[in-house]
Design a protein around this ligand. Structure first.
Ligand SMILES: Cc1cc2nc3c(=O)[nH]c(=O)nc-3n(C[C@H](O)[C@H](O)[C@H](O)COP(=O)(O)O)c2cc1C
Length: 200
């Protein structure tokens, strides 16, 4: 396995200039890969029209996410800490070039892995109450506003401890407030089309 820290530093710069990427010994990049099947089809002169549909890209993105989450579980079982890096999609053309990704391969998400620093006062952020995210039989948002209000108060205490400025509602709304807030990811469809994911 390559261990090119200069490359990792360049990827850190492309992915929101995040210091924890530079510092961590390992950055894993999880890819959606349609190229392998296209290669197999080309070798056999077989059609592969289904690969051009959104469905196939969706499966490839989902597979990458599932694999990454399994790696998180495995890493945590070994006492390692991880941070997902969605910002790997901020500059998809440069990341594609940096990783020499061929057409049909896309960097879905990054994952920083390192030994946690026990002196860091790391906490698990409180999660939305289960009543908001778990629906039995059919989707039912009854009582959602109340549960979210309660959560907003509970998470405010956590954010205050972590010296973060916003409420949870403020944070999630800001994140999707404008195309600029997507930090370059608003161009993702164009990149995917150019990179061999036609999303039909
Ligand atoms: C898909 C995904 C992408 C993420 N991308 C980043 C990232 O680029 N940089 C980072 O520091 N943390 C990233 N995180 C980790 C979040 O910062 C972390 O989960 C945090 O607890 C989320 O808190 P929030 O919902 O209040 O923003 C990501 C998490 C997920 C699930």
């Amino acid at each position: 396995m390559e261990r090119d820290h200069e490359r990792k530093a360049r990827l850190a710069a492309l992915a929101g200039d995040q210091e924890h990427i530079r510092q961590a010994p390992v950055l894993l990049v999880w890819t959606a890969d349609l190229a392998r099947l296209r290669g197999l089809a080309a070798q056999r002169g077989a059609q592969l029209d289904g690969a051009d549909f959104l469905e196939s890209s969706f499966v490839a993105f989902l597979d990458a996410g599932l694999a990454a989450q399994n790696a998180v579980t495995a890493a945590e079982s070994l006492g390692l800490g991880t941070v997902y890096i969605g910002a790997i999609r901020n500059n998809p053309e440069q990341v594609t070039a940096e990783l020499s990704l061929p057409p049909g391969v896309f960097a879905v998400v990054g994952l920083v892995v390192r030994i946690p620093d026990p002196s860091e006062d790391a906490r698990v952020k409180p999660r939305l109450p289960q009543a908001v995210v778990l629906h039995e039989e059919t989707y039912d948002a009854t009582g959602e506003a109340e549960h979210i209000g309660e959560y907003e108060t509970r998470v405010a205490a956590f954010y205050a401890e972590q010296t973060l400025a916003h409420s949870w509602i403020g944070r999630v709304l800001d994140r999707l407030g404008s195309s600029a807030a997507l930090e370059g990811r608003d161009r993702l469809r164009d990149h995917l089309t150019a990179q061999g994911f036609p999303l039909r």
